[in-house]
Structures are given as structure tokens and as C-alpha cells.
Design a protein around this ligand. Structure first.
Ligand code: SF4
Length: 347
């Protein structure tokens, strides 16, 4: 089992539920806009929010944000260890920083000392696009092995200063390389792993790449926290991450809806029924399975396997509860009947 890293109220590793992360894309100096986005992310189910901090003025603008934030905050810092020290001191809950860029051991010791004093973990985040030159030369490119070597090298720098409160990530825009690198890294260390496919693209492409990359790793039992990286509104990343976790059966208790794609055999407005069921069950935090099926071909089979089900027929639909037909109704009666049954299950 991986080490546990505590990020305010969220545990990463040690068998804790896989947490969901995202990152703001408002100007960090605009504290009000950034706080509004942090709140929107948290309301959507984001456990940990990352904020890019590029200078001291931005760090100082975050002091109020840290006080008001409903979620733990991570400062994402490139190169400037003094900025990382400042962020640890002003109350960020985690720092994303690669210590190989610091320079002297004295500087590393200063960062480690600030993080230890404030109980702040560090994520070493290695991306294929920013690997060290010597590693790129050694491996002939940003291979899985190259990513792992870089991550372990950064971690070793922290270890030399007695710091182990570390999370590692190795990301590539290639799904295959991301999966291979994480499988190697998982075997090579006990640090919890932050997983994701980087720069995966706009929503459709990014969702597919993330589902394959993150999903394959989660099914291997690899990954302690996830970030789905999509161009655009980060709130969509949270919904995507939640869907991936649920598909891997790691999404906690929720209402699973099974529905058929429909075909010409479907004789009722199944899509309206499906939308109504989705809306009615969106916030349910309970294991419940509902089947919404177009006709009697696969409908009864799926509906029988569910807590609640409906299958369309000729002029009427059959409503199922706990695998048995409860009654049939005309099509207008389907949505009210399902809402009543959902209420019974969730009361
Ligand atoms: S359940 Fe019926 S309507 Fe739905 S796809 Fe299968 S055959 Fe078509």
C-alpha cells in the first residue's frame, strides 16, 4: 500500500478513496474570480484545487483565497523555490514543485524546512514536455522509463533532506506512455501517485484519452488521486473524473443508470424518460441501479437485474422493481411511476 499524504482534510494514498483534482484557469491575481472558480469546482465534487502561482504578488493575492476556499489548495510553482517557500508559509496545503530545478542543497533544505514546519506535502510532477536534457539524451526521448527516472531523481533530492511527504506524477500526452510510466513507477516506489494524461485536448478527445489512460491504471489498482486535463472550463474536468471513477467502480455510492441506445423497436419517448430519471437521481449518494430500456428484446433482462426498471412495449410499458414486473402503464404514466419508486428507494 502507498504512503499516506495528508492535504488538509483529504488523504492521498494509504487506501483512501481516489480523490479528484482540477486546476483554476482564472488569473491568480484576480482573487475574486479565482475564489468563484474554486467554489464552483468544489461544488462540482472537486476534492483538491490547484492554482498556478508565478510571482510573489500572486502568492500574496492567495492569502484571502486560502482563508475562504472550501477545498484544499495546491500552489503550482515552476523553478522559483523562494516562491514555493512563500506559498508553504502563507497556508497553501500542498506545493507542486520539482526540486531538481532548485540548484544548491541549501535551497532544497530551505524548501523542505518550510514544508515540514507547515505540514505541507510536495507533488513532484514530471511531464513529457519538460524532461531534463540528460534524461532525454539517455533514453532518446520522453519515454516511460525517462519519465520515471526524472520523478525518482526529484524525489531522491527531497529524500536527501529527510523529506518523504511526497506525491509523484508522470504524465505524457501519449496514453500508452502515461500508462507504461505509471506501471513502472508504481512498482518502483511507495509514494502515492497522482495520475492523468496531460494536454489531452478539448472535451471529446480529452475525455476519451483520459478514460483510457486513467481508467486502465485505476483498473490495475494504480492511482491515488486523478486529474482529467481538458482544454476549457475546469468544472467539466470534475464531471469527467467522476464518470471515470464510477466506470472503474471507484466512485462511491451513486445511482447507476443503464439505458439502451434505442432502435426502431422503441415505441415511446425513451429519451425523455431517461432525462427525467437522470435529473431525479443526480444527487443520490446511495447504491441504486435503474434500467431504462426501449423495448421487450433486452429490456426485461436488464430491468430484472436492476432495482428499478422500465421496458417499453406496444402502447404500454412494463415497470420493474427488484427484478419483477410491478405493473404496466400507458406511456404517460412512466415518468410519474419511476419518480415514485425512486423516492421509495431513497427515503
Ligand atoms: S432494448 Fe429494444 S429498443 Fe433498445 S436497442 Fe435493444 S432492441 Fe432496440
Amino acid at each position: 500500500m502507498k504512503n499516506v499524504v495528508q492535504v488538509k482534510n483529504i488523504k492521498i494514498g494509504g487506501g483512501a478513496p481516489v480523490s479528484v483534482q482540477s486546476m483554476t484557469n482564472t488569473p491568480t491575481s484576480d482573487a475574486a474570480a479565482t475564489l468563484a472558480q474554486v467554489r464552483a469546482l468544489s461544488a462540482a465534487g472537486c476534492d483538491i484545487v490547484r492554482v498556478a502561482v508565478t510571482n510573489a504578488a500572486e502568492a500574496d493575492a492567495c492569502a484571502a483565497l486560502i482563508k475562504e476556499s472550501p477545498a484544499p489548495l495546491v500552489a503550482d510553482i515552476q523553478f522559483d523555490y523562494r516562491l514555493a517557500v512563500r506559498c508553504a508559509d502563507i497556508g497553501f496545503n500542498k506545493i507542486r514543485f520539482n526540486p531538481g530545478n532548485i540548484g544548491s542543497e541549501k535551497n532544497v533544505a530551505e524548501l523542505v524546512s518550510a514544508c515540514k514546519a507547515n505540514g505541507v506535502p510536495i507533488r513532484v510532477g514530471v511531464n513529457g514536455g519538460s524532461l531534463e536534457k540528460d534524461i532525454l539524451n539517455e533514453f532518446g526521448g520522453a519515454t516511460a522509463e525517462a519519465l520515471v527516472k526524472s520523478a525518482l531523481r526529484h524525489a531522491a533530492i527531497l529524500e536527501k533532506s529527510g523529506f518523504y511527504n511526497t506525491v509523484l506524477s508522470v504524465k505524457s500526452s501519449s496514453v500508452k506512455t502515461t500508462i507504461a510510466a505509471n506501471r513502472l513507477l508504481d512498482k518502483a516506489c511507495d509514494y502515492p501517485l497522482h495520475i492523468g494524461v496531460t494536454e489531452s485536448g478539448a472535451f471529446d478527445e480529452g475525455l476519451a484519452k483520459s478514460a483510457v489512460g486513467i481508467g486502465a491504471l485505476l483498473l490495475d489498482g494504480i492511482g491515488d488521486t486523478v486529474r482529467v486535463s481538458l482544454s476549457g472550463d475546469p468544472v467539466k474536468e470534475v464531471a469527467a473524473a467522476t464518470s471515470i471513477l464510477r466506470a472503474a467502480d471507484l466512485g462511491g455510492d451513486y445511482c447507476e443508470i443503464v439505458s439502451c441506445p434505442t432502435c426502431s423497436r422503441c415505441k415511446y419517448d425513451m429519451m425523455s424518460v431517461l432525462q427525467a430519471v437522470r435529473a431525479e437521481t443526480a444527487g443520490i449518494k446511495k447504491r441504486l441501479k435503474i434500467a431504462v430500456m426501449g423495448c421487450a428484446v433486452n429490456g426485461p433482462g436488464e430491468a430484472r437485474d436492476a432495482d428499478i426498471g422500465v421496458a417499453g412495449g406496444e402502447g404500454r410499458a412494463a415497470v420493474f422493481k427488484n427484478g419483477k414486473v410491478l405493473f404496466t402503464t400507458d406511456f404517460d404514466g412512466v415518468i410519474p411511476a419511476l419518480k415514485k419508486l425512486i423516492a421509495e428507494f431513497t427515503d
